[in-house]
Design a binder for this molecule. Structure first.
Ligand code: ISE
Length: 323
């Protein structure tokens, strides 16, 4: 059986996924590409037999030629695709963030809950990275004692022109919000931002570098050093501080961008989604994870406005569907 995927958004991530689906994934084909920028969509399907271009995603959903949807538009445009896709019963892979704020993310959670079935997998690809999986098993097995702290680095060579001050939180640090929840198996309870000397390379309104501090339910301390205009490359590292050992991951891995750094993670993530769609069972990070990350982002945005202040993360009770 072959899964026919409609990709919405032919930007940096959408095009990367199209190449992945077409060249490296099994049991799948790109059936449609949707982008308001038609030439861009056209360029993305070049050489892909049978793929069609749409400028309106509802037309693609109603075409009868798509079995599953991949959403790769900018985060603020996700909800308008997610809600109709859910109503029509399509399994969805949604790039991170699910949506940029918790109110809209909660609407997505509620829509899925109403259907009563998991249809969305959120694109937190780090959960599929071997290094993170190793740390997570050590947390679970307790072989090094309790996990006490996580010290992380998140370096980007540059950010797109459209990247605003808030994107540091809802586009970049959103990965750490999720991976901290994944590694610890706990919710993040508070977020604080420290801002000191700012880079002359950062545009107006962007705190760069920054240090984001978090705490989890059991009191695990997390620090994330961000620098998103670092020019020299892309680097993501984690040091997990256990009672009797420290585990490091990602050290010495500097790549041009995130595509290369996480290529294996992306491949595993997408193949598992394809397999899940074909089996009728979606797994991986879910809409609740997307909502929880959005709630952390909200606290993060409040924290960035008031450096040095710790802001609590507020979560609604978790619906049964995600337990
Ligand atoms: C980008 O959108 C990503 O998802 C990358 O993984 C992240 O490192 C980067 O900061 C974001 O802008």
């Amino acid at each position: 059986e072959i899964l026919r995927v409609g990709v919405v958004g032919a930007g940096r991530m959408g095009s990367d996924h199209i190449v992945r689906l077409q060249n490296r994934m099994k049991n799948v084909r790109v059936a449609a590409v949707v982008d308001i920028d038609e030439p861009k969509a056209q360029a993305a399907i070049e050489g892909i037999e049978g793929a069609k271009v749409f400028t309106d995603f509802t037309e693609a959903l109603d075409s009868g030629e798509v079995d599953a949807v991949m959403v790769a538009t900018p985060g603020f445009l996700h909800e308008q695709v997610l809600l109709p896709a859910l109503t029509k019963g399509f399994p969805v892979f949604c790039e991170k963030p699910l949506t940029p704020d918790s109110e809209s993310a909660w609407r997505v959670v509620e829509a899925e809950e109403t259907i009563g079935k998991r249809l969305i997998q959120v694109g937190f690809m780090r959960r599929f990275d071997q290094g993170y999986r190793t740390i997570r098993s050590a947390v679970r097995s307790g072989e090094h004692g309790e996990l006490l702290a996580l010290d992380c680095e998140h370096i980007n060579p540059e950010v797109p022109d459209a990247y605003t001050g808030r994107n540091l939180i809802d586009d970049t640090v959103v990965h750490e919000f999720d991976i901290v929840r994944y590694l610890t198996g706990e919710e993040v309870t508070s977020v604080e931002v420290r801002a000191c000397k700012n880079s002359s390379r950062a545009k107006e309104g962007l705190v760069d570098p920054a240090q984001i501090l978090m705490e989890t339910e059991s009191g695990i301390r997390v620090s994330v050093n961000t620098h998103v205009t670092a020019e020299y490359g892309y680097a993501v590292t984690t040091r997990a501080v256990f009672e009797r050992n420290h585990l490091e991951e990602g050290v010495d891995q500097v790549t041009p961008g995130f595509e290369e750094r996480f290529v294996d993670a992306y491949d595993t993530e997408i193949q598992e989604w394809i397999d899940g769609c074909l089996a009728g069972e979606i797994a991986g990070p879910d809409a609740w994870d997307g909502y929880a990350a959005a709630a952390c982002c909200e606290a993060g945005l409040e924290a960035i406005a008031e450096p040095g202040t710790s802001v609590d993360v507020e979560l609604k009770p978790k619906p049964d569907l995600y337990r």
